[in-house]
Design a protein around this ligand. Structure first.
Ligand code: ATP
Length: 322
């Protein structure tokens, strides 16, 4: 997401923080006076689901929209000098995340992992095939119900320049004081806020109380806990993997993902070890799939990714290195 919204930072003084993690896209577009790439179809229905629904990609083919579509989602394409022909980014991608399960995406940079997560929250529509939540094509669902069902946490978890209370209430207006503290506790950040001079009324952000990257991600997880979506799409932060907060982030993640259907771009050893299924993405295709042990045993690209991205965490990550 941050990639997609990047050019906007230069184009506008609007508080771009608004546009990341867990926001209602309707409101963002209102602020920016731009149209999203997708809209409710006539006859769109709210998502009906009891408990966490499954998520399925069914022969999905996808290219980013061409540059001439002047809209938020294609600003990045416009910014690209070589944007003219729409390059196919995902080719015939099929997989299922069963209700309540965790599927991890791994793969080289540019393979298409973020693009897959964008399609779950329907930032774009597929060219062919379908993305389904609870068996229902996301194009047949109202964007409002999709926004309620799918919680998105990006790598770069931004907070508004405002109090912690307001930052949290944005995820669930009307949450009680007790619920706010409960969410902070679940996200392993309660002690931090309790120790701040103004507690929940402490102003955070670039011009306020400065949180570390790991703390920001845990605040985003507190917002996720308040929003309590049935489906979570998460891009794990890479920047703070070896910090002392690693164990806390890990506990916060386990709490935030428990009982939800999760699609996670994995950077943590603990996540790939716990994943019900790992999808190895290469050049817009699923090159391999399975659990950590079986993929490692097969060798190939996964073993290579493990060596370069995850193996060094064996020593850094005492909880995961069992
Ligand atoms: P990383 O690990 O570096 O984040 P990724 O696996 O998430 O990479 P994607 O961001 O999904 O990969 O990118 C897949 C392909 O789509 C790349 O070729 C990328 O250049 C292209 N791409 C990504 N976003 C856009 C966009 N908004 N417009 C056009 N092309 C895009």
């Amino acid at each position: 997401l941050s990639r997609m919204y990047g050019p906007l930072t230069a184009l506008s003084n609007v508080q771009v923080d608004v546009m990341t993690a867990l926001v209602s896209f309707d409101r963002v577009f209102e602020v920016l006076d731009l149209k999203p790439m997708v809209a409710d179809r006539p006859g769109a229905r709210p998502l009906k689901t009891e408990g966490a629904p499954g998520v399925a990609f069914d022969h999905v083919v996808f290219s980013y929209p061409a540059a001439e579509d002047v809209s938020l989602a294609s600003l990045e394409s416009i910014a690209r000098a070589d944007s003219a022909p729409a390059k196919e980014v995902l080719h015939d991608v099929s997989f299922t995340v069963e209700p309540g399960q965790l599927v991890a995406l791994v793969g080289p940079s540019g393979a298409g992992k973020s693009t897959m997560t964008h399609l779950v929250s329907r930032l774009y529509d597929v060219n062919e095939g379908a993305v389904r939540i609870g068996g229902q094509d996301v194009r047949d669902l109202t964007l409002a119900s999709l926004n309620e069902t799918v919680g998105v946490v990006t790598q770069d978890a931004h907070l508004f320049h405002d109090s912690i209370r307001k930052n949290l209430l944005y995820a669930r207006p009307g949450a009680t004081e007790e619920e706010l503290w409960e969410a902070l506790a679940g996200a392993q950040v309660r002690g931090l806020v309790e120790a701040m001079p103004d507690g929940l009324d402490t102003v955070v952000g670039d011009r306020g109380y400065r949180l570390s990257g790991g703390e920001k991600q845990r605040m985003a997880l507190a917002r996720l806990l308040l929003k309590a979506p049935a489906v979570v799409v998460l891009d794990e932060a890479t920047a703070h993997l070896d910090s002392e907060s690693e164990a806390a982030v890990q506990r916060a993640l386990s709490t935030a993902l428990a009982g939800r259907t999760s699609l996670v771009i994995a950077h943590r050893l603990s996540t790939i070890r716990e994943a019900d299924q790992i999808l190895v993405i290469e050049d817009g295709r699923i090159a391999d799939r399975g659990r950590h042990g079986e993929l490692l045993a097969r060798g190939g690209l996964y073993t290579e990714l493990y060596r370069t991205q995850f193996a060094r965490q064996e020593t850094l990550d005492p909880l995961a290195a069992k």
